[in-house]
Write a protein that binds this ligand. Structure first.
Ligand SMILES: NC(=O)c1ccc[n+]([C@@H]2O[C@H](COP(=O)([O-])OP(=O)(O)OC[C@H]3O[C@@H](n4cnc5c(N)ncnc54)[C@H](OP(=O)(O)O)[C@@H]3O)[C@@H](O)[C@H]2O)c1
Length: 282
């Protein structure tokens, strides 16, 4: 049985926590909210509209003492970048591995996460794109971009009105993996098309929509002179995030080092078989 601590009980964390409560091999033992939050001290079941769970929601300022008591193996973080890095220092000192679903980290926060992983020899899955479906779109995008290597690529994404970061971590990941498949070293991402010069060859346009309750849509287009390929992933429900989170928890339990969802889903091996030297056929 893998013991789990849920960090962040917002829109996504609540759905994951509810799903974890039904799991047979994963046992939710702790749930963290922000210090002083109105959720603090309530039974998790009250927040999730289920029966009492016996898990009292606690503020993350009480993390250290409670880790000694509940001893989780893995923490799953869907909070904010600042909260995640702050709490990670405490988890790492107690050798708790992490699945990080939070997005919007600055470069220096990403570097801090990497150095904590090395310093404390813990295991972390960085998962800005935790669903199986969107990872398959990323995977297929790499393949298509190496086949249609001179087609223009544009990525668009849409999320709910309260999402704080833009573009999404997933859109950036897809763009980076396309560069890798095309063996391009420099990022040339254009986030704003209100400009007066024409498109450059290696440019990747990334645009965002923030509106209403959209759970998540990612679209990648590959456009040539005469035709176009379009890949779309759409999340209908946050349950997809919970399914991905459970896979990542099972993967990272007992491991050391930094991983991503490609490792969790074993997509790198499959992709390597396709992306051999000179695979492009056009
Ligand atoms: N990886 C993926 O596929 C994926 C999917 C969906 C979302 N996300 C990312 O996950 C993050 C959360 O998304 P969301 O839509 O669930 O946002 P949300 O509804 O705003 O939830 C964020 C939660 O974080 C909590 N929080 C803030 N500071 C905290 C702290 N110090 N300790 C513990 N909890 C703290 C807040 O708790 P209080 O209410 O108690 O203040 C809030 O409930 C975002 O970065 C989002 O982009 C990633």
């Amino acid at each position: 049985m893998i013991k789990v601590c849920m960090v962040g009980l917002g829109k996504t964390g609540s759905v994951i926590a509810k799903n974890l409560l039904k799991s047979k091999d994963l046992k939710l033992v702790m749930a963290l909210c922000s210090p002083g939050s109105e959720k603090e001290g309530k039974d998790l079941g009250e927040l999730l509209n289920t029966r009492d769970t016996g898990i009292l929601v606690m503020g993350s300022d009480k993390l250290s003492d409670n880790l000694k008591l509940y001893k989780p193996d893995v923490a799953v973080d869907f909070s904010t970048p600042d909260a995640c890095v702050h709490n990670m220092e405490v988890f790492a000192k107690h050798k708790v591995n992490m699945v990080i679903g939070t997005t919007g980290f600055t470069k220096s926060q990403e570097q801090r996460i990497e150095s904590i992983v090395k310093q404390y020899k813990i295991g972390v899955v960085m998962a800005p794109n935790i669903t199986l479906g969107v990872n398959v779109v990323k995977f297929v995008s790499e393949l298509v971009s190496s086949l249609l290597f001179d087609y223009d690529v544009e990525i668009s994404e849409a999320h709910h009105r309260n999402k704080k970061d833009s573009p999404s971590g997933t859109a950036i990941k897809i763009a980076d993996s396309i560069l890798k498949a095309r063996k391009i070293k420099e990022r040339n991402f254009i986030y704003d098309r209100s400009m007066v010069h024409k498109r450059e060859d290696n440019e990747i346009g990334i645009s965002s929509i923030r509106a209403g309750g959209i759970v998540g849509v990612h679209k990648v287009i590959f456009a040539g002179e005469n035709d176009m390929v379009e890949l779309t992933h759409q999340s209908f429900s946050r349950e997809a995030f919970a399914e991905g989170a459970k896979k990542a928890i099972r993967f990272i339990a007992g491991k050391k080092g930094m991983y991503d969802m490609d490792d969790v889903l074993n997509l790198k091996t499959v992709l390597q078989n396709y992306l051999m030297e000179d695979y492009a056929i056009i």
